[in-house]
Design a protein around this ligand. Structure first.
Ligand SMILES: NC(=O)c1ccc[n+]([C@@H]2O[C@H](COP(=O)([O-])OP(=O)(O)OC[C@H]3O[C@@H](n4cnc5c(N)ncnc54)[C@H](OP(=O)(O)O)[C@@H]3O)[C@@H](O)[C@H]2O)c1
Length: 326
């Protein structure tokens, strides 16, 4: 559960493990055991008690997130013992959930954990951000930051499937290799070792940048934004570089670039695009089945390691979707 509201970077002390007893299962409810738990950067925002698009987590109560769970007992006709379901659930080893709040998953062609990533919230985020907001056209140049993560790796692959040239920015040489060899990115930049990211982008994108899919914000994004083309689109997906900041600081003033180049920069929260979910899941599933879209995950074993897996997101400890296996 959430033991404190962190100032700056959360630590292991932000979390507490406690024992609890569960009541009996009532009609319309399920007793489930968590199998895979999602840890996500947005959870950092919910640990703070400030106004945002999602309610803050309650102090001294279980953190909640997306979970894939096995049904141990069912008091509904639609879902049976042994079924795998996914939905928003508390971080408990076993829990009682309303059957109406979960859905059964088909794990016949992909790992059940994919419903927390590629075929879940992060895959849909990549789809909505790239297709609905970015509107990629064949031949365009696309830059993705946070490129080796859950959203970024899928966003980059979708841009490739749309016929674009794709440059990924990530935090290690191993990640850059993975982007190029496994996900088909054309080029990559390691932002931790590259001294002049602005110049590196200019060199790799001689014709400028048409879409910048921004997962990280901060200095990395400033460097990319200087290279935008006329009528470029910037789906503003995440700003992880600043999630633990107590002072947002001052970056370069990019207004003139956005204005004079008629750039469209649009922040979005995936939950506000539910009208695209059926289309997005159908497309993502089709690409997976056709072998055109790769699923990458980092699996951390042990329910008790949920905090360390979450904290590792801020240190680049994952490639693809970070998932905890109970
Ligand atoms: N708008 C929405 O609806 C929506 C939905 C889902 C996610 N998001 C956002 O999208 C972004 C990616 O989420 P995700 O779930 O796919 O996470 P993720 O990319 O799988 O994991 C986070 C990654 O961010 C990178 N990172 C950490 N600190 C950084 C820093 N200071 N500067 C640059 N990169 C840093 C790390 O990779 P490196 O090794 O490359 O540093 C880390 O692996 C996050 O900002 C998240 O909040 C938004």
């Amino acid at each position: 559960m959430l033991a404190e509201r962190p100032e700056g970077k959360p630590t292991e002390k932000t979390f507490r493990l406690e024992k609890a007893t569960l009541p009996a299962v009532k009609d319309g409810e399920l007793l489930v055991r968590g199998v895979y738990y999602s840890v996500d950067p947005y959870m950092r925002g919910r640990m703070s008690d400030r106004k945002s698009y999602a309610q803050p987590f309650k102090l001294d109560a279980p953190i909640e997130g997306s979970v894939v769970a096995e049904v141990l007992e069912s008091k509904t006709n639609e879902i049976r013992k042994g079924d795998l379901v996914t939905g928003r659930m508390p971080w408990r080893r076993e829990m009682i959930v309303p059957a109406a709040g979960v859905k059964k998953i088909d794990a016949s062609f992909i790992s059940p954990s994919a419903y927390l990533g590629l075929l879940g919230m992060t895959g849909l985020t990549a789809y909505v951000g790239m297709i609905v907001i970015g509107k990629p056209k064949a031949g365009e140049t696309v830059v993705v930051s946070g490129a080796a993560g859950a959203v970024g790796s899928v966003a980059g692959q979708i841009a490739k499937l749309s016929g674009c040239r794709v440059i990924g920015i990530a935090g290690s040489d191993e990640k850059i290799d993975l982007l190029k060899k496994d996900f088909g990115f054309d080029e990559g930049i390691n932002y931790k070792t590259e001294k002049d990211i602005k110049a590196a982008i200019a060199k790799l994108c001689a014709d400028g940048v048409d879409i910048y899919f921004d997962n990280v914000g901060g200095a990395v994004s400033d460097a990319v934004l200087f290279n935008l083309n006329f009528h470029a689109r910037v789906p503003l997906c995440g700003q992880i570089s600043g999630y633990n900041d107590t002072d947002p600081g001052q970056g370069p003033r990019l207004g003139p670039i956005l204005l004079t180049r008629s750039v469209l920069m649009q922040g979005f929260i995936v939950g506000n695009y539910q009208q695209y979910f059926a289309e997005g899941i159908s497309k993502l599933t089709q690409w997976v089945k056709e072998g055109k879209l790769k699923n990458q995950e980092t699996i951390v074993n042990g329910f008790e390691n949920l905090p360390s897996a979450f904290l590792a997101l801020f240190e680049g400890g994952n490639t693809g979707k970070m998932v905890v296996k109970a």
